[in-house]
Design a protein. Structure first.
Length: 102
């Protein structure tokens, strides 16, 4: 699904309208960061979050070990809520299984 949205509360460069974005937050013909980080849109179908969770979990497992890493640690590092973790994974064990299979 590729639906265009333009945040109404944001103004673009030189006071013009904010750039059109798709649900994944990609802009069309605009350099990333040109309008600041606050224009990043979260998607209900954001496919990058599961990968970010896996990469963060992998990093924390290496630093702290699996037994000392919690879902709260991963969520805190990514600045997400636990329900966002659970939207993609059932448990920390599932994350470990996926990383092990990679």
């Amino acid at each position: 699904m590729n639906i265009l949205i333009a945040p109404m509360h944001r103004r673009g460069k030189n006071g013009g309208p904010a750039p059109a974005r798709n649900l994944c937050g990609s802009t069309f013909g605009v350099n990333p960061g040109e309008y600041g980080d606050s224009t990043r849109l979260l998607s209900l179908h954001d496919t990058s979050l599961p990968w970010e969770i896996l990469e963060t979990a992998h990093s924390l497992f290496q630093k702290k070990g699996f037994e000392r890493t919690s879902i709260a640690d991963i969520c805190s590092r990514l600045e997400i809520k636990p329900f966002e973790f659970y939207n993609h994974f059932d448990s920390l064990d599932e994350v470990l299984e996926i990383l092990w299979a990679r």
